[in-house]
Design a protein around this ligand. Structure first.
Ligand code: SIN
Length: 284
């Protein structure tokens, strides 16, 4: 069986058909991996996956990552539910641009998200291609971040006083577990080389990035704000529209993503796994 790959026509993303992810050979895994590196976000429609299948599919692409600040679904320690009930009043989860868990020492290579309940309107996921954003970045802006390391932290979201901390809405259906561990910091270069493709890319964004090593806070925030405005421009984006039973797999090393709303009054449920840092694919 030959897989069929249709590029989105946007700045990244492709749809993959003619494959049953429950039964994939090593050669198909290799083909999918090559397409993933090329398109950065792959959508697989019409996949009837159980939670066991979702975990097995994930393991074709790397080890499980470590998910802090989430409790998993019952019976599957590597799956988190991304959920919002129809009557939920809490703020949207993950509405800010981010690269998953970029504050870790070894951030995850990728993420898989599988749709179980898709609202009839809204709830798209947006992606933005950080390789394209860097390639087109004005030289003057690039020169100001070249060689600089960003300070990453989860505190804005997951610390006890963060957005999902003590003051968060009582009715959030997601199993978020804030903790003081979120105050920890970790440094990564603002411009990194992708371990598998060798391409240079921007890594992560203001939010999980809280400063720049060796730079005054105000100056760093102003520079990060300029980088944010550039790296999230429409021309680098791909808008993913969900269908039920669709698996999407993205490369955290070279895209940012964010959730969108527009589905108040409707239920939305996706199951998420994390493709961890795979040292076999080179070292950061
Ligand atoms: C996520 O960032 O994990 C969730 C994205 C979404 O809900 O669209």
């Amino acid at each position: 069986m030959t897989i069929e790959i249709t590029p989105s026509g946007e700045a990244c993303g492709a749809t993959v058909r003619n494959v049953d992810l429950r039964e994939i050979s090593d050669s198909t895994v290799a083909e999918i991996r090559a397409a993933w590196l090329d398109h950065k976000v792959l959508a697989f429609p019409d996949q009837a996956l159980t939670d066991d299948d979702l975990e097995r599919v994930t393991l074709h692409f790397g080890p499980f990552g470590h998910d802090p600040f989430f409790a998993p679904i019952d019976g599957h320690s590597h799956i988190a539910a991304i959920e919002r009930r129809a009557d939920e009043m809490s703020s949207l989860f993950a509405e800010n641009w981010h690269s998953d868990w970029s504050f870790q020492e070894y951030p995850p290579d990728g993420t898989c998200l599988y749709s179980k309940v898709v609202p009839p309107i809204g709830g798209d996921t947006l992606y933005v291609n950080q390789e394209a954003a860097l390639a087109a970045m004005p030289a003057e802006l690039r020169s100001r971040i070249e060689g600089k390391s960003a300070v990453h932290s989860a505190r804005g979201g997951y610390a006890p006083d963060g957005a999902y901390g003590a003051d968060d809405a009582d009715d959030r259906s997601m199993r978020i577990r804030p903790s003081a561990e979120a105050y920890a910091t970790q440094m990564h270069p603002l411009i990194r080389t992708h371990r598998e493709t060798g391409a240079e890319t921007l890594f992560s964004v203001l939010g999980y990035i809280i400063g720049i090593d060796g730079m005054d806070d105000d100056e760093a925030r102003a520079l990060l704000g300029e980088v944010y405005a550039w790296e999230t421009r429409d021309e680098f984006q791909y808008r993913h529209r969900w269908e039920p039973d669709m698996l999407v797999m993205w490369d955290n090393r070279c895209v940012l993503h964010r959730a969108t709303g527009g589905y108040d009054g409707h239920h939305r449920l996706l199951h998420r796994t994390t493709i961890g840092y795979n040292a076999e694919m080179g070292v950061t």
